[in-house]
Design a protein around this ligand. Structure first.
Ligand code: ADP
Length: 449
C-alpha cells in the first residue's frame, strides 16, 4: 500500500514536472520570438535612417516616378470612361494592385536592409510587404479619392517599419512598409536550441531515474512475493510429512494395529519414508542457505563422466521405483573430468526429478553427454509440460516457481534449478534451458574439462 502511494505521488510529481517543463519551453519560445521581432524592427529602422541620412533617399524614388506616370495615364485615359460609382471602385482596385506591384518591384529599401542585417551577422531571410491605405488622383478638376482605409494593426509576426506619405504631380499616396520573417520559427529554434537541449536532457534524466526506481520497486515487490510464496510452500512441504508421521504414530498406538505385524511394518515403513523426505527437504534448505552464506568450495576429484552419470541415473530410478524411461546416450566414453561428485550428483538428480515431476504423461527422458576440446556437456530432455517463454528467463532464480495448475505433485520450494545454476557456475560452467510448452524441456549443462 505504502509502495503504491509512493508510486502515485512520484507519478504525480513527474506529471507536474513535465507540465512545468512544457510551460518553460513555451515561455522561452515566446520570449525569444519577441526578442527576435524587436531586433529586426530596430535593425530595419536603423537601416532606413541610414539610407535617408546617407543618400537622402528612402528607396522608393524609382517606384514613385513610374507610379506618377501610371497616375497620369489613369487621369488621361481611364477617368473619362467612368460613368458610375461602381466604375470608380473598380478603378480603385486596379490602381491599388498595379501601384503595389510597381512599388514592390522597384523599391531599394529591402535589398539595402538585407545587406545591412547580414553585416551584423543575422539571418537575412526576410520578405517585405507594402500596404497602401490612401490613394488620390490629383486631376486638374480636383482630387479624386480612390482608396481611403483605416490602417488595421498587422499580424503579430509582421514588423511595421515605417509609414510613407508622398505627393507627386498626379497622385497622393500613404503606404506602410512591413517586413515578414519568413523563417521565424527556424530562427527562434536556433536561438533557443541550447536551452531546449538542457530542458529535454533534464526531462530524459528524470525519466531515466524514475524508470530505474520503478524497476527496482517492482523487482523488490516480486522478490517479496517470491519469499512469501517460498515460506508458504516450505510450511506446506514440511507439514505434510509431519502430519503423516503423527497420524502413523497414533495408528501404532492402537491395540488392533499392534497385534497385526504386517500393519506395524507398513506403518513403520511409511514413517521411515516420510522421515527421509523430511530430511531431504531440510537438507535442501540448509544447503541453499549454506551456498548463500559461504563461498562455494568444491572438493573436486577425477571421475569417469559416463560412469558417474550412469550411477546417478540408476540410483534415481531405483529411488523412484522406475518412474521414468531414461534413454542414455554417452559420447564421452573414457573421458575423465574433475568435479565435486556430491554437488554434481545433486545437480543431475534435481534435473531428473524435475523431468518426472513436471510431466503429465509417462516420463521419457533422454540424457546425452558430449564433449569438445575444452568443455563437456550434459543434455537432459524430457517430454513434460514445458515452460512458457515468460517464465523461461526466471526459472533459475531463487524461489521462482511456475504455476502449474494441472500437474499433481508439483510441490517444491523453487530452489532446485537455482541450485543447479550455482553448482554449474561453481564448476566454471553454465546451464541453459530451452522449452516448448506442451512438448518438453531441455537443460544443457556445460562445464570446462
Ligand atoms: P521446484 O521444482 O521446487 O518448484 P525448481 O527450481 O526445481 O523448483 O524449478 C523451478 C520451476 O521451473 C518449477 O516450478 C517448474 O515450474 C519449472 N521447471 C523446472 N524443471 C522443469 C521441467 N523439466 N519441465 C517443466 N517445468 C520445469
Amino acid at each position: 500500500m505504502k509502495r503504491q502511494i509512493l508510486l502515485l505521488v512520484s507519478l504525480a510529481a513527474l506529471i507536474i514536472f513535465l507540465a512545468v517543463q512544457a510551460y518553460m519551453i513555451q515561455s522561452i519560445w515566446k520570449q525569444k520570438e519577441e526578442i527576435l521581432l524587436m531586433r529586426y524592427k530596430s535593425l530595419s529602422r536603423e537601416a532606413l535612417s541610414l539610407l535617408l541620412a546617407k543618400k537622402k533617399q528612402n528607396g522608393f524614388e524609382k517606384g514613385m516616378e513610374i507610379t506618377d506616370k501610371f497616375a497620369y495615364y489613369l487621369i488621361e485615359e481611364e477617368l473619362p470612361k467612368l460613368d458610375t460609382k461602381d466604375d470608380s471602385a473598380s478603378l480603385g482596385k486596379l490602381a491599388l494592385k498595379e501601384i503595389n506591384s510597381i512599388l514592390s518591384k522597384n523599391e531599394m529599401l529591402t535589398p539595402f536592409f538585407k545587406s545591412y542585417i547580414s553585416k551584423y551577422g543575422y539571418d537575412n531571410k526576410v520578405a517585405s510587404i507594402l500596404t497602401i491605405s490612401k490613394l488620390k488622383l490629383l486631376t486638374p478638376e480636383g482630387n479624386l479619392t480612390l482608396i481611403d482605409t483605416l490602417y488595421a494593426k498587422p499580424a503579430k509576426n509582421l514588423i511595421v517599419v515605417n509609414t510613407f506619405t508622398e505627393e507627386h504631380n498626379n497622385f497622393y499616396i500613404e503606404f506602410h512598409y512591413l517586413i515578414d520573417l519568413t523563417h521565424k520559427n527556424e530562427m527562434v529554434f536556433k536561438e533557443a536550441f541550447f536551452t531546449f537541449i538542457l530542458i529535454i536532457g533534464s526531462i530524459l534524466i528524470v525519466f531515466f531515474v524514475f524508470g530505474l526506481t520503478w524497476r527496482n520497486l517492482m523487482e523488490e515487490r516480486r522478490l517479496s512475493e517470491l519469499k512469501s510464496d517460498f515460506i508458504n510452500n516450505m510450511t506446506h512441504e514440511l507439514k505434510t510429512p509431519l502430519a503423516t508421521i503423527t497420524v502413523a504414530g497414533r495408528t501404532l498406538e492402537k491395540d488392533q494395529v499392534m497385534n497385526d505385524r504386517d500393519k506395524v511394518l507398513e506403518t513403520a515403513q511409511m514413517i521411515g519414508k516420510q522421515s527421509v523426505h523430511l530430511n531431504q527437504l531440510i537438507n535442501t534448505i540448509l544447503e541453499v542457505s549454506f551456498l548463500e552464506r559461504t563461498e562455494f568450495e568444491l572438493e573436486k576429484s577425477k571421475v569417469m563422466l559416463d560412469e558417474l552419470i550412469h550411477q546417478v541415473v540408476s540410483s534415481f530410478l531405483t529411488s523412484c521405483d522406475g518412474c521414468a524411461i531414461v534413454n542414455e546416450n554417452y559420447n564421452t566414453t573414457g573421458t575423465t573430468v574433475s568435479i565435486d561428485i556430491v554437488y554434481f550428483t545433486t545437480m543431475i538428480n534435481n534435473l531428473l526429478t524435475n523431468a518426472v515431476k513436471y510431466c503429465d504423461k509417462d516420463p521419457v527422458i533422454s540424457l546425452t553427454t558430449t564433449e569438445d576440446d575444452c568443455n563437456f556437456e550434459v543434455k537432459i530432455t524430457d517430454n513434460g509440460v514445458g515452460i512458457s517463454r515468460e517464465h523461461l528467463d526466471h526459472v533459475f532464480e531463487k524461489f521462482y516457481r511456475v504455476p502449474h495448475g494441472n500437474i499433481h505433485n508439483n510441490k517444491g520450494l523453487g530452489l532446485g534449478l537455482y541450485y543447479v545454476k550455482r553448482i554449474a557456475a561453481a564448476h566454471g560452467g553454465d546451464v541453459h534451458v530451452s522449452s516448448k510448452p506442451g512438448q518438453g524441456t531441455t537443460f544443457r549443462i556445460r562445464i570446462p574439462k
